[in-house]
Write a protein that binds this ligand. Structure first.
Ligand code: PEP
Ligand code: MN
Length: 364
């Protein structure tokens, strides 16, 4: 697949590349709410107005979107305010209706990306259309499913595409509504360098407090755009009330975001970075030498346990290691959780090595 940067990215980026801003309510609720939000957003740097018309909700009897009449309101935003408008499509009928109303940009939601039948139906309906399509990551952390959805749309003749990172659902409690798992979109970007990447901090965070740090992290990773849910009265929104911000709240976030240069533009800075990299290389060699030494000692103790017919796993010893190492890390100014994670890996490898020694018949 050879993705082109979408036309709207190319047009908007211009000479001075900057992130594309997509904002608007989770759901279109009333004509007044749509117009009021869009008018406020037009005054800011917002490039594309978003609003969900058909809402995939987890439980029935929740607000499932205003439906067709909402498309008319988006049509008004486009004609009267001159903004680009976008909405989510999940079925062939959604695509047909959205194209009839000349919606500028369509997106495929996370609950649709998980289902190849649904994505294929949307892709078939898009055939021959000249419309950019944004594909959200699937709800579950499955890169192949995300790529598959992009391919189905691309194979239908849509080359103007971008991917939206909205985080991944997890059963475990976390500070995020959908954990970001940044390595997955980074892997996508490394496979498809031309594919623009948009972050959706609203669905990652699930609350207003984390919107700024999530958006900033995405920009620091080189993302090309941001989609943020914006509502005139978030607390009373019919969907996602905890995560939406007012247009003024959005303005605050945008004003605090730092857009950094893509790379160093000065030879002196390049030299300094190069010097630091050489020192990092040296530190990594020291880490690996220390790790090799540790594993040698593990091997020795493995033989010792075997000679004395003592089992490999000594729970009290490992408990002590998991207690002490994170503490030592803290004293050295490091994140103890990171070091605990590192020792979990080391533990797995130590057990593997010692079990191999224990079962090696040639030694008996
Ligand atoms: C949305 O953007 O309102 C939406 C439903 O998002 P997602 O598909 O990411 O859950
Ligand atoms: Mn939403």
């Amino acid at each position: 697949m050879e993705f082109k940067p979408t036309n709207f990215f190319r047009q908007l980026a211009g000479a001075q590349p900057r992130p594309v801003i997509i904002a608007g309510p989770c759901s279109a609720e009333s004509e007044e709410q749509v117009m009021q939000t869009a008018m406020a957003l037009r005054e800011q740097q917002v490039d594309v107005f978003r609003a969900g018309i058909w809402k995939p909700r987890s439980r029935p009897n929740s607000f499932e979107g205003i439906g067709l009449q909402g498309l008319q309101w988006l049509g008004r935003v486009k004609r009267e305010l001159g903004m680009r408008v976008s909405t989510e499509v999940a079925t062939a009928r959604h695509v047909e209706e959205a194209l009839k109303q000349e919606i500028d940009i369509l997106w495929i939601g996370a609950r649709t990306t998980v289902n190849p039948f649904a994505v294929q139906e949307v892709a078939d309906a898009l055939r021959g259309a000249n419309v950019p399509v944004l594909v959200k990551n699937p709800v579950n952390p499955d890169l192949a499913l995300w790529i598959g959805a992009l391919e189905r749309v691309y194979n239908a003749g849509i080359t103007d595409m971008a991917a939206i990172h909205r985080g991944f659902s997890s059963y475990e409690k976390s500070k995020y509504r959908n954990v970001p798992l940044w390595q997955i979109p980074i892997e996508l970007k490394s496979r498809f360098k031309q594919l623009p990447l948009i972050v959706d901090p609203s669905h990652i965070a699930g609350n207003r407090e984390l919107l700024l740090p999530v958006a900033q992290k995405a920009l620091d990773l080189g993302y090309d755009g941001i989609m943020i849910e914006t509502h005139p009265d978030p607390a009373n929104a019919l969907s996602d009330p905890e995560q939406q911000v007012t247009p003024a709240g959005l303005q605050q976030i945008l004003s605090q975001l730092q857009v950094r240069k893509t790379t160093y533009d000065d030879q002196e800075l390049i030299n300094l970075a190069e010097k630091l990299r050489l020192q990092i290389d040296e530190a990594d060699q020291q880490i690996l030498r220390a790790l090799a030494r540790r594993m040698e000692l593990v091997e020795q103790i493995g033989h010792y346990k075997k000679q004395n017919n003592v089992q490999v796993l000594q729970i009290s010893r490992w408990k002590e290691i998991f207690r002490s190492r994170p503490d030592w890390a803290k004293e050295l100014g490091m994140n103890p959780d990171f070091v605990a994670e590192l020792y979990r890996l080391i533990h797995v490898e130590s057990i593997r090595m010692q079990t191999r020694i224990m079962n090696d018949k040639s030694e008996l």
